[in-house]
Design a protein around this ligand. Structure first.
Ligand SMILES: Nc1ncnc2c1ncn2[C@@H]1O[C@H](COP(=O)(O)OP(=O)(O)OP(=O)(O)O)[C@@H](O)[C@H]1O
Length: 249
């Protein structure tokens, strides 16, 4: 059984940055293969990791929808082949990008193949890290898997916190978290203020830790350099690793 960590939060709070650092942390400290899933159509987990992506799950599904299955090949074999090809392999981890959400008209056959494929694929990895969109679409629709830890990433803003609270509530309604939900406050400028702590407490959330705003993190991204290449003595990376150490079994 793999251990699944899902990240979610308002866009721009640093969810993908934290996901990338978590993948690096798991690969380095736990020395076990990690399956990274980019399940946010707006996220660029591959850039944070410094990986090129050539294909996505969405492309495979669209091709199946458009009837691009070669003669003599079953849809099942076609989808499995295309999905295998969409996995980007790197030292210590593999990355699967979900890509654009489905267009009009649900294609149940492709989706059910996808569910089966993801189930089987994830079982090969001790850890699965999923970077999700706020709506948690892929978690709720495409996988029946339970999330062991839901990491809600926010900045210090009221909107960021409110988005985290809403996702926490949605996850509760969807019943997808078997383990626990924790909050990470990222891009902080000092300690969280009393109003933020009150929102967190009222929502019944646990603040797992705070990562300060850091010029190096920002500049790496601005210059197109992978976040995971930031030296480990960087204060933001150190803070992230301390949080991961606390929350990952
Ligand atoms: N601790 C930090 N200090 C400074 N800049 C940061 C920090 N964390 C993230 N950033 C920067 O904030 C920007 C947004 O980060 P990121 O892409 O990880 O956010 P996101 O929540 O995944 O957004 P989206 O869902 O829109 O992709 C990036 O430029 C990133 O480098």
């Amino acid at each position: 059984m793999s251990y699944t960590i899902a990240l979610a939060g308002k866009g721009g709070t640093g969810k993908t940055t934290v996901a990338g650092l978590l993948i690096k942390y798991l690969v380095q400290k736990h020395k076990t293969p990690v399956l990274a899933v980019d399940a946010d159509a707006n996220a660029n987990l591959n850039e944070v990791l410094g990986l090129e992506v050539h294909d996505t799950v969405g492309n495979a599904r669209e091709d199946m929808k458009k009837g691009k299955v070669p003669d003599g090949m079953t849809k099942d074999v076609f989808m499995s082949m295309r999905l295998e090809e969409a996995i980007a392999e790197e030292d210590g981890y593999d990355l699967l990008v979900m890509g654009q959400p489905e267009g009009s008209g649900c294609y149940c056959a492709a989706n059910s193949i996808l569910v089966g494929f993801l189930e089987k694929l994830a079982a090969n990895y001790p850890y699965v890290v999923m970077d999700n969109e706020a709506g948690m679409e892929h978690i709720s629709r495409l996988t029946t898997r339970n999330v062991d830890v839901l990491l809600l990433v926010t900045d210090a803003s009221r909107r960021g916190l409110q988005a985290a609270v809403r996702i926490h509530q949605l996850a509760g309604e969807l019943n997808i978290v078997a383990g626990r939900s924790c909050l990470i406050m990222n891009q902080a400028k000092g300690a969280p203020d009393a109003a933020a702590l009150e929102i967190i407490r009222d929502a019944g959330l646990t603040l797992a830790g705070v990562i300060q705003e850091d010029d190096t993190v920002y500049e790496y991204d601005l210059n197109g350099r992978p976040t995971v290449e930031i030296p480990e003595d960087n204060p933001a990376v150190r803070a992230a690793y301390e949080i991961f150490e606390k929350i990952i079994d």
